[in-house]
Design a protein around this ligand. Structure first.
Ligand code: ATP
Ligand code: PMV
Length: 493
């Protein structure tokens, strides 16, 4: 049996934090070029029938063995010699293999496991903070320096110690792992993953289920949806779809397919198309601006519950702004398609001016006016979203955009060619995102990206990430030779 490689992207929730937990609202999710990769191969040592070895070479103590029994009842049991547990990997293996036995039959699964399997998991460097590595290499914290760190670099510690950057490592990992298993066990085809097929929706439903099981709760699921479908406008599914599988005795025989089937109408999430406009670039940074507050979500939801009317008004106004931002960005893409040359000239012009100056030029060529107006609207709207999210933070007593982040973001969004920015997802001290103009024919020192790097270089707390928006829409199968450094770094033959 041949090697299967599946990758799934990370995510940035640009708008819709907290709102997206409620199916009445939606969020703008951008998927990243930074991906998680799962590589499945027949075991190197053929004596390991029905045994699965999982390896995460970027971490210490990150190798897990599982013994699989298919009949009379499926079980995936961690080997006693494992030096650590990995609930996420364990749940992914158990559920994906159970689903495969339901759909393909025990004998098909047994024959795929006959020689044992070696599974390797690798995440792009962006998923884990590279701040310490840059300091160790005595390199400045900029994009150029990040290219000098080898791909899939060892983090130097264990999974429990690693400093994550918020790109959704567990969602991307689970999505790539369960999708690779479904392909390897021939439950779905490689093509299914990249098409709007039932197979792709099955992989989505399975990944959502496993992620909820491993996290012990049903989250909004935008991170898994981004890993499966790529950038989109997300409306969550009603958590009751997973109620039966999540509650009760999960060790007793379960049947997954009736619930996870793409034909199950209880999966009522909505994935609407979205992409960032041409000649713009998302810039992300790992920020170390203050103490971490893990209970942000609980506190905000408590305030919402206790202040129903005020919260309803605030949620409604934020949702209107979020939806406006999504439609303005979509309109900007349409303006590009109408006349790419005019659009390109307009982006070059916008790149040289601060947003406050964008509408001030009386000599703007008439054919560029709509484009300038749309970019200015995007800027105004994303600033208005920030203001409302600060209000949410103030009212609920939670640092959604703490003052340290406000100072940094204000300085960034004042720069020439910067459309907008914010604190992604739940907010806090750990990250920021910016959307900047990225013109084609422009000298390097005139580029908004360079200007932002210069601003960031003055902040001890800021370390950029490499990611741009993923051009491929969600999960896909890969040829291992096409992924720079994957074979070498992982010592795969
Ligand atoms: N490279 C990896 N190999 C194996 N397991 C991993 C890997 N990366 C993450 N995991 C699993 O995911 C878990 C982390 O999940 P958690 O939900 O805490 O992160 P997250 O919220 O997705 O992180 P972030 O959004 O900051 O990337 C780890 O404990 C581990 O079980
Ligand atoms: C607050 C919330 O809406 C977004 C959390 O996003 P992030 O993990 O901070 O990127 C929670 C959720 O949607 O699961």
């Amino acid at each position: 049996m041949s090697t299967t490689v599946v990758s799934s992207p990370g995510k940035v929730l640009v708008a819709g934090g907290y709102l997206v937990l409620d199916p009445a609202y939606s969020g703008i999710v951008v998927s990243t070029s930074s991906r998680f990769y799962t590589i499945i191969q027949p075991a190197a040592a053929p004596s390991h029938a029905n045994q699965i070895q999982v390896l995460s070479p970027q971490f210490t103590q990150a190798s897990w063995r599982y013994d699989v029994t298919v009949e009379p009842k499926l079980s995936v049991v961690p080997n006693q010699e494992n030096s650590s547990k990995n609930k996420f990997v364990h749940q992914a293996l158990e559920s994906a293999i159970l689903l495969a036995t339901e759909m393909k039959g025990s004998s098909s699964v047994l024959s795929a496991l006959a020689a044992g399997l070696d599974i390797t998991i690798a995440g792009d460097n962006d998923f884990y903070s590279q701040r310490a590595k840059l300091a160790e290499l005595k390199l400045p914290r900029n994009l150029e320096s990040l290219t000098k760190i080898p791909p899939f670099a060892p983090t130097g510690g264990s999974l429990a110690q690693v400093h994550k950057t918020g790109l959704g490592s567990s969602a991307a990992l689970i999505t790539s792992l369960v999708s690779a298993l479904l392909v390897h066990f021939s439950v779905i085809s490689s093509a299914d993953l990249s098409e709007d097929s039932e197979g792709r929706h099955l992989a989505h439903n399975l990944a959502q289920y496993v992620h909820c099981l491993a996290q012990g709760k049903v989250g909004s699921g935008f991170d898994v949806a981004a890993a499966v479908f790529g950038s989109h406008l997300y409306t969550r599914f009603d958590p009751s779809v997973l109620e039966d599988l999540m509650t009760g005795d999960t060790t007793s025989p379960r049947t997954l397919f009736p619930t996870l089937s793409p034909k199950n109408r209880a999966w009522n999430h909505k994935i609407r198309p979205f992409a960032l406009p041409p000649l713009t670039r998302i810039m992300l940074a790992d920020v170390d601006a203050g103490s971490d507050t893990p209970s942000l979500v609980g506190k905000v939801l408590k305030w919402r519950k206790e202040n129903d009317a005020e919260a309803h008004a605030l949620w409604t106004s934020i949702d209107q702004l979020n939806q406006s931002l999504a439609s303005i960005l979509t309109r900007i893409s349409e303006l590009h398609d109408r006349d790419p040359a005019v659009y390109s000239a307009a982006v070059k012009y916008l790149s040289s001016l601060q947003p406050v100056q964008w509408m001030a030029n009386p000599w703007t060529p008439p054919e560029e006016e709509d484009i300038m107006t749309a970019f200015y609207d995007a800027h105004q709207t994303s600033e208005a979203i920030r203001a409302k999210m600060r209000e949410m933070g103030r009212l609920s007593g939670v640092p959604i955009e703490p003052s340290e982040q406000t100072k940094l973001l204000d300085e960034c969004v004042r720069q020439a060619g910067v459309i907008g920015g914010g604190v992604p997802g739940a907010g806090g001290f750990d990250a920021i995102w910016l959307l900047v103009c990225d013109p084609v024919d422009c000298s390097p020192d005139q580029r908004p990206t360079e200007r932002i790097e210069y601003v960031w270089s003055h902040y001890e707390s800021v370390s950029p990430l490499m990611a741009v928006e993923s051009k491929a829409k969600g999960s896909r199968t890969e040829n291992i030779d096409d992924i720079m450094g994957l074979k070498d770094t992982l010592h795969l033959s």
